[in-house]
Design a protein around this ligand. Structure first.
Ligand SMILES: Nc1ncnc2c1ncn2[C@@H]1O[C@H](COP(=O)(O)OP(=O)(O)OP(=O)(O)O)[C@@H](O)[C@H]1O
Ligand SMILES: [Mg+2]
Length: 256
């Protein structure tokens, strides 16, 4: 008797799909008649569910790259594809959280979180239940009726994150969103992002961060930029131990 064959899908576990593809990306700014090449020949891919971090010295082009992914800026050449479609501008599949607090000061914590959902008619039913769920995920249920001025900076950043994550983007982009936070708040924030990304199946978290605690806690992969070029693209531990990264970015071994 012939042995029964297992279906192919059971033999080969499916690799998560590539959802973000950056191809030969180049960005040149023109300033007072001279040209500045900020990003050059940048290529990388990100798979669904992957959390990546962009690292590099100040001015190496991290925020520029993040803004291009968000659709706020256009590349000079090359392409950014999400699910194989070119990014042509900002879209509801991408959300950005910056370092600065961008909450509406006249709205309460819960109204800030609900804000983006109000325009989405399909999600109006059950909107407040969803808001309550996100409030508890960020540990701010007790502060639902507070105004932003009456909570701490770390709490405000958690509200800012909840406000975008409730929209269930495919791609969450953070530009030094944890830069001004206390180490305990960073740990809470990292836990929150991981919980929500898993629970709501948010495809990617791409972040620009200088705080090693946040990078090590969140990123599976690190991409290091130096003078506009990608010099390392590797799993976090490997990347942070790479001699090139130690030399140009860290200046010392990561455990020092
Ligand atoms: N709109 C612009 N016009 C001209 N030059 C720009 C513009 N935006 C950024 N630059 C230049 O591009 C370079 C990269 O800037 P970018 O903000 O991407 O750096 P960064 O890696 O995010 O730095 P940091 O860690 O300090 O935030 C800098 O030299 C900056 O002056
Ligand atoms: Mg920046």
């Amino acid at each position: 008797m012939r042995p029964q064959m297992a279906p192919l899908s059971k033999i080969r576990p499916e690799m998560p799909k590539t959802i973000l593809r950056i191809k030969n990306l180049r960005k040149v700014f023109r300033n007072n008649g001279s040209f500045l090449t900020v990003l050059d020949e940048i290529n990388f891919t990100v798979r669904r569910g992957e959390m990546i971090c962009l690292l590099g010295r100040s001015g190496c082009g991290k925020s520029t790259l993040l803004k291009i992914l968000a659709g706020f800026l256009f590349p000079s050449s090359g392409a950014v594809l999400i699910n194989d479609k070119p990014v042509t501008g900002p879209g509801p599949d991408r959300c950005v959280v910056f370092q600065e607090d961008t909450l509406f000061p006249w709205l309460t914590v819960k109204e800030n979180i609900a804000f983006g959902l109000k325009g989405r008619t399909r999600e109006k039913d059950g909107m407040w239940e969803e808001v309550e769920h996100f409030l508890s995920l960020v540990g701010l249920s007790e502060f639902r009726d507070y105004l932003p001025q009456d909570i701490s900076g770390g709490m405000r950043q958690r509200v800012a994150l909840a406000r975008v994550l409730i929209l269930k983007p495919k791609l969450l982009l953070m530009d030094e969103a944890m830069a001004c936070m206390h180490p305990n708040d960073i740990d809470d924030m990292v836990g929150f992002i991981k919980r929500v990304a898993e629970e709501k199946n948010i495809a990617i978290v791409a972040m620009v961060e200088h705080i090693m605690r946040a990078v090590i806690g969140l990123a599976e992969k690190v991409i290091v930029l130096h003078q506009g070029s990608k010099i390392v693209d590797a799993p976090t531990k490997e990347a942070l131990e790479d001699p090139k990264v130690v030399e140009v970015y860290l200046g010392h071994a990561p455990e020092d």
